[in-house]
Design a protein around this ligand. Structure first.
Ligand code: ADP
Ligand code: MG
Length: 673
C-alpha cells in the first residue's frame, strides 16, 4: 500500500468532489490506483475520420465527422426513441437514442459540424450508431494518436460525464509524485527472464499508447502479472491441500451400495456415471480428504452419483449430508432420496429454514445420536447447532451459489473433515476449471442417460406471438407443461423488457382453462413454494417465472421453455434454463423470444444455442464471447479471482508462461509461500 492507494481521485484535473463521488459509486474508482487500473476497453484511432461508406459491422469504435440533417421521434413514453439522420457529405447514417429524448433534441442542431464516436452497427442495411458520444467539431484541435475509450455507466452519461474525462485526469495523475514513486510489483528476475515492460511504462502505454507494438507489450505485462499471482496462489493452495488435510479412510463398498445397485436402481448407470463413481471411490482410500467438483450438464444424473457416494459413507458407518441452494431443490432431493433410502432401511431427514422448531429439535438429536444417517437441506444445515455424530460425506449441489467459506464451514462439523463433493451444472472447460477451481479435483459426466431427445431450440421475434401461442396450445392439449421466463418481476418504465406480472396477466387471459403458477424472487418463500408445488404436482400447467427457477428443478412433464427477452441472458444461463425441459422421453422445445433488432454478438449467441445442446460447447463459446470473469460459476469459485486484463480463454500461452514463472519463483524463493 502506498500513496497511490490513499490519494483520492478528486484531486485530479477535471474531477473534483461531485465527479469523484460518481466515479466511486458507479465504477468503484476512488483512489489513484483504482483509476490507473481502469483500463480503456479499446482504443480508437483518433488520427483520422472514417466515412460512412467505409463502415462495417466488425469495426471497433470509430470517429465520423458530419452534420445532422433531420431528427424524428418514434413511439411514445418508455418505448419512444429519437432518430437523427447524420450525413458525412456523401452518405447518410442513422443515430438512435432510447432515453432523454427531449433533452437530446435540444442539445444537437441541424447543420452544425459534429464528430461522432461509436461502434457502427447495421439495421436493414443502414449504418447505425446507438447512443454515440458526440462533440462539436473543432478544426483547431490537432489530430491525436490512439485514444482510449473508457466505459461509463448510463447514469454517468446522463450526468454529462464522458469518456474524455479519463485521459485528462490520467495525464495529471501521471505527472504526480505518487506516480513517479510507483514501485515495481513483479520480482526483478521475472521481469528480466521474460523481458517484460516495467510497471510504470506499462501503465503509460495502456492509457496513452505510443504505437501498437508498445501497447501490445504493455498488455502482455499486465496480463502476465495477473496470471503470475493467480498461478502462485493456485500452487500454494494445491501444495497445502496435498500435504495437510487428513480424511476418512473408507475402504468398503458394502451392503447398502451393492443392494441399491443390484435391486433398487431401475436402470443401468451410464458409462460416465460409472467412471465418476470410480474416481470418487479412489479418493476414499487415500487417507486424505476428498475435495472434488462434479460437473455434468443438467439432467446428466448427478443426483444419483451423489446418492451412491453417500452410500459409501453409510456402509462405513458414517453420516452424510446433501445441501442445495433453495428450499424447492432441497425438498425435491429429499423426495428422491427418501424413495431410494426406504428399501435400504436408511433414515433420511430434511432440514430447511422453514422446518418447525419441534421437528428441528428431533433432527438435532437424531444427528447427534447417529440415528439419522443422511440429512438433506439448505444452508440451514451449516448452522452451529447442527451437529453430527460422525459426518463422513458432505455433498453440495449447484456449487456456484455457495462460496468457498461456506464449504469450509462443513469441514468443522467433524474432527476428521468430511469428504466433500460439489456438483455443478455449469460446465467449465477443463483448462479453465484447473485455474478456477484450483483447490478441487474435477470429475465430469459428459454423457446423458439414454433415450433423451435433443431439445429443439428456435429463435422467434416478438411479433411471432401467434406461432408461439399455437405451440403452447398443442403442447397443453397433449397434457404437457410449459415454462415462460421473464427478465423482470414487474414493469419498469425505463426498460423495454417484459415482466412476470405482465406475463401472468397475459397468459391467464390467453389460456383461461389451465392453472398458471407465478414465481419470482420478490415473493415470500412460502408463497413461492406453494406456487412451485402446484406446478410440480401438475395442478398448474404453466409456470411464469424469473430465473429463480433456473437451478435444478425437475418436472419431467414440462416440454416447452419460452424465454422472453432472451437477448438479456448469458449463454450459460440460457442453457441452464433450457435444461428445465427435455427431462422426459418426449420431444421438447426451447423458444428464445427476442425483439426484432439484435446485434452481431447476440446473433452469434443464437447460433450456438440453436445448433448445440452440449453444455461444454455452450460454455466454451460463452467464455470466448464474454470472458471467464463474467461466467456463472467463476464468480464465487474457489479462488474468487477477478481478472481485469487477462482472459483465460484467449491467453493460454501467457498462462503457461506465468505458471512457469511462478514455479521458478517458488523454487528459488520459498518465502513466497
Ligand atoms: P442432474 O442433477 O445432473 O441435473 P438428475 O440427477 O436430476 O440430473 O437426473 C435427471 C433424471 O435422469 C432423473 O430423473 C434421474 O432419475 C434420471 N437418470 C439418472 N441417471 C440415469 C441413468 N443412468 N439412466 C436413466 N435415467 C437416469
Ligand atoms: Mg440436479
Amino acid at each position: 500500500m502506498g500513496i497511490l492507494d490513499n490519494k483520492s481521485v478528486k484531486y485530479l484535473k477535471g474531477i473534483g468532489e461531485v465527479r469523484a463521488k460518481n466515479l466511486s459509486t458507479e465504477l468503484n474508482i476512488s483512489t489513484f490506483r483504482d483509476l490507473l487500473n481502469y483500463f480503456p476497453t479499446r482504443h480508437i484511432d483518433r488520427s483520422r475520420f472514417y466515412t460512412i461508406s467505409e463502415l462495417h459491422e466488425e469495426m471497433p469504435y470509430v470517429q465520423i465527422r458530419g452534420q445532422f440533417v433531420n431528427f424524428t421521434v418514434e413511439g411514445e413514453g418508455a418505448k419512444g426513441r429519437l432518430k437523427g439522420a447524420f450525413s458525412d457529405g456523401k452518405r447518410l447514417m442513422e443515430v438512435v437514442w432510447f432515453s432523454k429524448i427531449n433533452k437530446l433534441r435540444d442539445l444537437y442542431h441541424i447543420g452544425v459540424e459534429y464528430v461522432l464516436f461509436g461502434k457502427p452497427g447495421f439495421f436493414n442495411n443502414t449504418p447505425q450508431m446507438v447512443h454515440p458520444e458526440i462533440e462539436k467539431y473543432n478544426p483547431e484541435q490537432p489530430p491525436e494518436g490512439f485514444q482510449g475509450v473508457y466505459s461509463l455507466t448510463e447514469k454517468m452519461r446522463r450526468k454529462g460525464m464522458s469518456s474524455r474525462l479519463f485521459p485528462v485526469a490520467l495525464r495529471s495523475l501521471m505527472e504526480s509524485d505518487a506516480f513517479r514513486d510507483l514501485e515495481e510489483t513483479l520480482p526483478v528476475e521475472v521481469i528480466n527472464a521474460y523481458n517484460l515492460m516495467g510497471l510504470r511504462d506499462a501503465y503509460r502505454e495502456m492509457h496513452f499508447p505510443s504505437g501498437t507494438d508498445n501497447l501490445a507489450r504493455a498488455r502482455l505485462r499486465m496480463k502476465f502479472e495477473e496470471l503470475f499471482y493467480l498461478e502462485l496462489n493456485i500452487m500454494r493452495f494445491a501444495m497445502h491441500r496435498n500435504t495437510a488435510i487428513a480424511g476418512h479412510f473408507l475402504p468398503r463398498v458394502g451392503n447398502c451400495f451393492n443392494k441399491f445397485y443390484s435391486e433398487v436402481l431401475p436402470f443401468d448407470l451410464t458409462g460416465a456415471q460409472k467412471r465418476v463413481l470410480k474416481e470418487i471411490r479412489s479418493d476414499m482410500v487415500t487417507g486424505r480428504q476428498m475435495n472434488r467438483l462434479l460437473q455434468g450438464d443438467v439432467g446428466s444424473g448427478k443426483t444419483l452419483v451423489a446418492f451412491m457416494t453417500l452410500l459409501i459413507g453409510v456402509d462405513n458407518g458414517l453420516q452424510g449430508s446433501l445441501m442445495a441452494p433453495t428450499e424447492i431443490l432441497a425438498s425435491q432431493h429429499y423426495e428422491t432420496l427418501k424413495e431410494w433410502c426406504e428399501p435400504l432401511g436408511i433414515s433420511v431427514k430434511l432440514l430447511t429454514g422453514s422446518t418447525k422448531v419441534k421437528e428441528r429439535r428431533i433432527i438435532h438429536e437424531g444427528l447427534q445420536s447417529g440415528e439419522i444417517q443422511i440429512l438433506v437441506g439448505t444452508h440451514a444445515l451449516l448452522e452451529e447447532k447442527v451437529e453430527f455424530k460422525n459426518l463422513g460425506i458432505a455433498i453440495i449441489d449447484e456449487q456456484h451459489r455457495f462460496g468457498v467459506a461456506q464449504r469450509a464451514r462443513l469441514w468443522h462439523k467433524n474432527r476428521i473433515p468430511p469428504h466433500v463433493l460439489v456438483m455443478t451444472a455449469t460446465p467449465i472447460p477443463r483448462t479453465l476449471a484447473m485455474t478456477v477451481y484450483g483447490d478441487l479435483d474435477v470429475s465430469v459426466i459428459d454423457e446423458l442417460p439414454p433415450g433423451r431427445k435433443p431439445i429443439a431450440t428456435f429463435l422467434r421475434y416478438d411479433d411471432n406471438r401467434m406461432e408461439i401461442n399455437r405451440l403452447i396450445n398443442i403442447q397443453l392439449m397433449e397434457g404437457r407443461q410449459i415454462y415462460i421466463v421473464y427478465p423482470l418481476v414487474r414493469e419498469n418504465p425505463k426498460l423495454e423488457l417484459k415482466s412476470v406480472e405482465e406475463g401472468f396477466e397475459r397468459i391467464t387471459g390467453l389460456f383461461p382453462d389451465v392453472g398458471v403458477s407465478m414465481v419470482h424472487g420478490q415473493m415470500s418463500t412460502e408463497k413461492k413454494d406453494r406456487e412451485m408445488e402446484k406446478f410440480v404436482s401438475g395442478e398448474n400447467r404453466i409456470m411464469v417465472a424469473t430465473t429463480v427457477i433456473e437451478v435444478g428443478v425437475n418436472v419431467p412433464n414440462a416440454s416447452v421453455m419460452i424465454i422472453e427477452n432472451a437477448e438479456r441472458f448469458g449463454l450459460s444461463q440460457l442453457h441452464q434454463l433450457r435444461g428445465r425441459v427435455g427431462r422426459g422421453a418426449d420431444k421438447s422445445y426451447c423458444i428464445l423470444v427476442t425483439r426484432q433488432q439484435i446485434g452481431q454478438d447476440t446473433r452469434k449467441r443464437w447460433r450456438i444455442m440453436t445448433e448445440t445442446t452440449d453444455g461444454f460447447v455452450v460454455s466454451e463459446a460463452d467464455m470466448k464471447l464474454r470472458g471467464p470473469g463474467d461466467m456463472e460459476g467463476t464468480q464465487q469459485s474457489g479462488l474468487a479471482f477477478n481478472l481485469r486484463v487477462a482472459d483465460l480463454a484467449k491467453d493460454g500461452q501467457i498462462v503457461s508462461l506465468a505458471r512457469q514463472g511462478a514455479k521458478k519463483i517458488l523454487e528459488s524463493h520459498p518465502e513466497f509461500y
